[in-house]
Design a protein around this ligand. Structure first.
Ligand SMILES: [Zn+2]
Length: 851
């Protein structure tokens, strides 16, 4: 991976022992010298003052710049001949008190890392945002880029006169620049923080402000997006979040202002810069109709980033080995707040169906790792923003809360914030606070769940007595051979009976399961239930199975459970059985088309429809796939007519119908919708739905570039260009695929949005054979891509271009041959191995489906 220093934990610990960073003073000029926005590079001057515990010692500073003009340490010029972006600059012969001045030219980025620059195609305005996690602040200013060298920062930013600039602190003064049409904004000194959560966003952003409980809140979008900004709802969730966290944490949000920017071309969902949160506009500013799935997801992200203000920003991990704690806590806290403080009361159902299933999937890959693991260097960290770090970790926190009780947990948090505010801490520090408040020893619990990898499976074993009661109910616990840990699970066992055609909960008992087999003596003699549900209330982290009688019941009645979490547990269990080749994909698809139309939780509908399509693509016998698509399309078409016109449910089913359309009749129908023919009542064929239809028709070979370009002509926006690029990449011809591959691999990296859009259309579930010739080319080019691209784009290419739709032993063999060469970088090997895992799983599931 290119461009920055791959700092090791050993280096960071040594530098932290040596240094205390007093302050940064940073001046950047973002103009082109004539009053317009700059391009290419920008001048960046950093003055750092710091103390050194051992005068005479040598250290280094990260300077990942395009060019270094000069460096002066304590008034003396430094030799900069040994400098490079990948090594930084050596600082020899330090004094006790040091002043370092570095004058450099930094590069604007188009990769989403560093200072990202984009131009809005609508009005040609330039927008900048910064993204510094994990270690990209060094691309904008010289810094000791590690989380436990906190400092204060003072920015001076020269920009075109009509721009707005947002950072962690407020603007103190705006002075006209030396060049006409420019101004220089001087910011107040920031609070103490780590370099990775500093921020600089600039451009002619549209701004809306509101004060709540003494906090000055701002929301920013591009000018061309302001018509789509529903600031009221974003403010509402933000206010609900502040009120909830203030009440729970008993520690005030420590800054006077809280800005949230919705920026284009962002790689992740959002980033928790202190007081200057950046969100991905693509996901959260809605140009077209969306469902409550999207609104809840947006609320979840707002609350996740807000939780980081305390957990991550005010108290920060010492090193990246506690990244999991940072993310798991924010993930847990956002669902906790969503469930209690907003209108999204069923947030824990969403947590299971969307997030926890991600954790289970990740945890079963060959790359699985304990939630807590050593992070030797930055490259290892950057591939670890995964389902284990976020979702499994959050599940463990949820279990921990259930174990100690929420009141004691919150008391422990208050102690932790009080002790470590403005500093750094470790998981051990949090455990100490929790143990002090709860009086319970937690290290054993932590070790069992955080220091071991993989997931257990819990199966019910039932013996029924002649009188219709349980003679014996036992739970068998399994573990994969390579990870034989059996754990202690605290879980609910729910007994559900059919009553008037609906499944009603008779009772839930809480039990402890450990070892290979646990007899639940509490259940002996109880009347046999129509469904016995393991992990009712979703208390533990485990794969679960249903007994025969329960499975027979849910096949016809899955939508009738009286609580959404129970339905989510059964959907998760059946999906997992498909993935484990214990259930035929066609039976799962049948369950989806039978059970889902009556589902009343939009998150379950959305997540399960995606899994239904995924089952056909990956896990069904290809000879049956066409039948599967017909089943899904027919069910979707019926559901569109049966759901409330204009509702989110209708929209969710319409999206599925468009993506499942394979027959000539279905394709003709959606093509008609583009022209306003036969549009179902209540369904708005708006901009984004139009693009979905265009993409589907392109993939099916029904339209060509002319139709895509005509659509783009009526949507000349950043989103339009992105959707057009994907639709073009989907064009079902060999020449088309060759051109996409050329663009993805030849020459320099594409802008992040374009690479993502092309990868999204390169491989096609309709015509996987078109990209079969690229499997060998993929393995040939991997090392080059990895060495020459920024980390996030390199990762996206490796995962997105992996031949995952070539489900065959040949793909496994090609992967094995490549993996046999141990000289490839470990993080790259990890991503390729994960691609291989998915193919191996698909082969087994397809065999099961064909049986
Ligand atoms: Zn986060």
């Amino acid at each position: 991976m290119a461009g920055t220093r791959n700092l090791t934990q050993v280096e960071a610990a040594e530098r932290s022992r040596l240094l205390d960073v007093t302050s940064y003073d940073i001046a950047v000029d973002l103009t082109d010298g004539t009053g317009g926005p700059g391009d290419g590079t920008f001048r960046s001057t950093t003055e750092v003052t710091f103390r050194c515990a051992e005068p005479g010692a040598t250290t280094f500073i990260e300077v990942a710049m395009h060019g270094l003009r000069s460096a002066t340490l304590n008034g003396k010029p430094l030799d900069i001949s040994g400098w490079s972006a990948e090594t930084g600059l050596t600082l020899p012969d330090l004094a006790a008190e040091n002043t370092l001045v570095i004058d450099a030219d930094a590069a604007y980025s188009t990769t989403g890392q560093g200072l990202h620059r984009s131009m809005d195609p609508v009005d040609k305005e330039v927008y900048l945002y910064s993204q510094f996690e994990t270690a990209d602040a060094q691309r904008v200013f010289a810094c000791f880029d590690q989380p436990d060298l906190k400092s204060v920062y003072t920015w001076h930013v020269t920009v075109p006169a009509h721009w707005t600039v947002v950072s962690n602190s407020r603007v103190v003064s705006a002075i006209d620049g030396d060049v006409e049409g420019t101004k220089t904004l001087h910011f107040e000194q920031s609070v103490r923080m780590s370099s990775y959560i500093t921020a600089l966003c600039a451009g002619p952003y549209h701004e809306v402000r509101k004060t709540h409980d003494g906090i000055d809140m701002g929301i920013f979008v591009r000018q061309s997006m302001k018509q789509y900004l529903d600031a009221d709802d974003i403010f509402l969730i933000t206010e609900q979040g502040f009120d909830f966290f203030h009440q729970q944490f008993q520690v005030r949000y420590p800054l006077p202002k809280y800005d949230q920017l919705y920026v284009p071309e962002f790689n992740a969902g959002a980033m928790e810069n202190f007081g200057c949160v950046v969100h991905g506009e693509d996901y959260y500013i809605f140009r077209s109709a969306v469902t409550d799935y999207e609104f809840e997801n947006r609320a979840n992200t707002i609350l996740h980033e807000m939780a980081h203000m305390w957990f991550g920003d005010l108290v920060t991990m010492r090193w990246w080995d506690d990244l999991w704690l940072n993310e798991s806590f924010a993930e847990w806290a956002s669902h906790w707040a969503n469930a209690h403080a907003t209108r999204f009361n069923d947030a824990w159902t969403t947590f299971l169906s969307v997030r926890k299933n991600w954790g289970y999937r990740q945890d079963q890959l060959s790359s699985t790792h304990p939630v807590y693991c050593d992070m030797p260097d930055m490259e290892a960290v950057e591939v670890n923003f995964d389902g284990i770090t976020y979702a499994k970790g959050a599940s463990v926190i949820k279990q921990l809360v259930a174990y100690v009780g929420i009141d004691a947990f919150v008391a422990g948090l208050r102690d932790y914030f009080g002790k470590h505010a403005w500093g750094n801490a470790t998981f051990g520090d949090l455990l100490s606070s929790l143990e002090a408040e709860t009086g319970k020893p937690l290290r054993e619990f932590a070790a069992q769940w955080l220091e071991t990898a993989q997931v257990n499976t819990l199966r019910p074993e039932i013996v029924t007595a002649e009188d219709g009661t349980y003679a014996e109910v036992a739970v068998r616990q399994e573990a994969p051979a390579a990870y034989p840990t059996l754990r202690t699970h605290r879980l609910g066992v729910g007994l559900y009976d059919l009553d008037g055609g609906a499944l009603k909960r008779r009772e839930t008992i809480e039990v402890t399961v450990s070892g290979e087999r646990t007899v639940l003596t509490e259940l002996a003699g109880k009347r046999v239930a129509d469904v016995l549900l393991l992990n009712d209330e979703d208390l533990t982290y485990a794969k679960t199975r249903l007994d025969e009688r329960s499975m027979a019941t849910v096949v016809d009645h899955i939508a009738t459970f009286d609580n959404s979490l129970a339905r989510a547990i059964v959907w998760a269990a059946t999906w997992d059985m498909v993935r484990d080749a214990e259930m035929r994909a066609r039976d799962y698809v049948q369950l989806v088309v039978n059970g889902l139309p009556a589902e009343s939780d939009i998150n379950l509908v959305t997540a399960t429809l995606r899994q239904g399509a995924g089952a056909i693509v990956n896990y069904a016998d290809p000879a049956w796939a066409e039948t599967g698509w017909t089943l899904l399309a027919d069910a979707a078409r019926t559901a569109i007519a049966d759901t409330e016109p204009g509702s989110g449910f209708q929209l969710a089913w319409a999206r599925t119908y468009i993506s499942a359309a394979r027959s000539g009749e279905d394709l003709a129908r959606i093509a008609g919708w583009l022209d306003g023919d036969g549009v179902p009542e209540g369904l708005a064929i708006d901009t984004d739905l139009r693009w979905s239809i265009v993409a589907a028709l392109s993939e099916a070979g029904r339209i060509g570039e002319d139709v895509i370009n005509a659509e783009l002509d009526s949507d000349r926006t950043a989103s339009g260009e992105r959707k057009a690029a994907t639709a073009t990449a989907l064009i079902a011809t060999a020449d088309g695929k060759a051109e996409v591959w050329r663009r993805l691999t030849a020459g320099d990296a594409l802008p992040n949005w374009l690479q993502r859009a092309l990868l999204g259309g390169f491989q096609s579930t309709v015509h996987p054979e078109l990209t079969a010739p690229y499997s060998p080319k993929y393995f040939e080019i991997l090392d080059h891509i990895w060495a020459s691209r920024d980390s996030e784009q390199a990762q996206e290419f490796v995962s997105g271009a992996y031949p995952s739709l070539q489900v065959s032993e040949e793909t496994v063999a090609a992967s094995d041959a490549w993996l046999a060469d141990a000289s490839h970088p470990a993080p790259l090997r990890r991503l390729v191995a994960e691609g291989r895992d998915a193919v191996v799983r698909a082969i087994a599931a397809r065999l099961k489906d064909a049986s």
